[in-house]
Design a protein around this ligand. Structure first.
Ligand SMILES: NC(=O)c1ccc[n+]([C@@H]2O[C@H](COP(=O)([O-])OP(=O)(O)OC[C@H]3O[C@@H](n4cnc5c(N)ncnc54)[C@H](OP(=O)(O)O)[C@@H]3O)[C@@H](O)[C@H]2O)c1
Length: 311
C-alpha cells in the first residue's frame, strides 16, 4: 500500500481507504442488510492489515462509528478516522447560528463517544451547498470546534462543482471529499486543480459509483439508460485488458495523481482484498486513461446516486 500526505494536514493516508456506510447502514444497490457486528469488525481489521489507515465514517452512518470505535483500531496513532456531521445540510435544512452550533456540537460529542477518542482527526460537513458555505457560519462553528480541541482538521463532503469550489474558495478548510470515477469526471474540470493549488487534502468517494461499476449494475433503477449504455462500454474495455470492471474503476481513480486517497465501500472480505490488489497495481497507461476519459457523463441525474430514481 502506498501513502500520501493529505494536503496541508500532516496526516499520511493510504491511497485506498475504507468507507464505512456498508458496515453501519442499509446502503447500496443490493438489498443490503447491515452486517452482524463480528463481520463488520472483521472487515475493519482486515482492511487495517492490508495497509488501509484511513476510515471514512459519519454521524449519519448508523452503527458505523460505534463499530469503528469497538474495533480498537483508532488507538493506533497511525489510523485516521474522518467523520461527518450535519447531514441535514444535504437535505437543504438550515437553522439559525445558535441552533446550528448546538446541533453540530451534539453530533460531535456523540461521534467522539462512539469512536472512543478525545479528538476527531478530521470532521467534515456532510453535503453543504454553495449558499450554506458562503454564509460563513458553518465555517466559524467548525473553526471554533478546532480551537477547542474537539477536532484537528476540518473539511466538507460535497456534491457537484459549485459547492466544492465554494469550500475551496473560502480558504478555511483543510480537506474536501468529492466524487470522481470513470463515469463521473466532473471534478476533473476545475475542482481537483483548485484544491491542489490551495493544498487541500482530497478524499475521493464513489469510485464504484455505489456499485454501478460492479456486477450490481443490473440493479440500477430504471431511467438511467445513458449510464447503463456507458457501463457496457466500460465493461468491454475491462475485458479487453483482462480485468474485471471494479478493478478497472479502482485503477482509474488511483491513477489520478491529484487525489490523495480514494474510498472503497465494501462489507465483503473477498471484495476488499480484490480492491486493495487493484489499487496496488501500476497506474493505467495514458492511452487507456484517455479512452476512459471519453466515457465521462456530465448529467447529474445519471451520475449522482442521490438523484437516481427511487427503486
Ligand atoms: N455524501 C457523502 O459524503 C458520501 C456519499 C456516498 C458515499 N460516501 C462514502 O464513500 C464510501 C463508498 O461509498 P460509495 O457509494 O462510493 O460506494 P462504492 O465504493 O462506489 O461501491 C460500493 C459497492 O460496490 C460493491 N463492491 C465493492 N468492491 C467490490 C468488488 N471488488 N467487486 C464487486 N463489488 C464490489 C459493494 O458491495 P460489497 O459490500 O458486497 O462488496 C457495494 O455494493 C461510503 O462508505 C462512504 O464512506 C460519502
Amino acid at each position: 500500500m502506498k501513502y500520501k500526505t493529505l494536503g496541508k494536514t500532516n496526516l499520511k493516508v493510504s491511497r485506498l481507504s475504507l468507507g464505512t456506510a456498508r458496515i453501519g447502514l442499509s446502503y447500496g444497490l443490493d438489498e443490503h442488510a447491515i452486517p452482524p457486528e463480528a463481520k463488520a469488525l472483521e472487515v475493519l481489521e482486515r482492511a487495517h492489515r492490508l495497509g488501509i489507515n484511513f476510515f471514512d465514517t459519519g454521524n449519519y452512518y448508523g452503527l458505523a462509528e460505534e463499530r469503528l470505535g469497538k474495533s480498537g483500531l483508532l488507538q493506533d496513532p497511525n489510523v485516521i478516522a474522518g467523520t461527518k456531521c450535519a447531514h441535514f445540510l444535504e437535505k437543504g435544512e438550515y437553522y439559525n447560528r445558535a441552533e446550528l452550533e448546538s446541533k453540530i456540537r451534539e453530533q460531535v460529542d456523540d461521534s467522539l463517544k462512539k469512536l472512543g477518542i478525545n479528538t476527531l482527526s478530521i470532521l467534515m460537513l456532510h453535503g453543504p451547498n454553495k449558499e450554506q458555505i458562503e454564509k460563513g457560519e458553518l465555517t466559524e462553528i467548525m473553526e471554533k470546534l478546532r480551537r477547542q480541541g474537539k477536532v484537528r482538521y476540518i473539511g466538507a463532503s460535497t456534491r457537484g462543482e459549485e459547492a466544492a469550489l465554494a469550500v475551496i474558495a473560502s480558504g478555511r478548510f483543510d480537506v474536501i471529499q468529492i466524487a470522481y470515477s470513470i463515469l463521473d469526471q466532473r471534478m476533473a474540470k476545475k475542482v481537483l486543480k483548485a484544491a491542489t493549488v490551495a493544498n487541500i487534502g482530497i478524499v475521493n468517494r464513489s469510485i464504484l459509483l455505489k456499485g454501478a461499476l460492479t456486477p450490481l449494475w443490473n440493479r440500477l433503477p430504471k431511467g438511467l439508460e445513458q449510464l447503463q449504455k456507458t457501463l457496457g462500454v466500460a465493461q468491454k474495455i475491462a475485458e479487453s485488458l483482462g480485468m474485471d470492471l471494479p478493478s478497472l474503476a479502482i485503477r482509474f481513480a488511483v491513477s489520478n495523481p491529484l487525489i490523495h486517497t480514494s474510498l472503497i465501500g465494501t462489507s465483503n472480505i473477498d471484495n476488499l482484498e480484490k480492491c486493495v490488489k487493484a489499487s496496488e497495481a501500476e497506474p493505467l497507461p495514458p492511452k487507456i486513461i484517455e479512452q476512459l476519459e471519453g466515457l465521462a457523463i456530465d448529467d447529474p441525474d445519471q451520475i449522482d446516486p442521490a438523484r437516481w430514481p427511487k427503486q
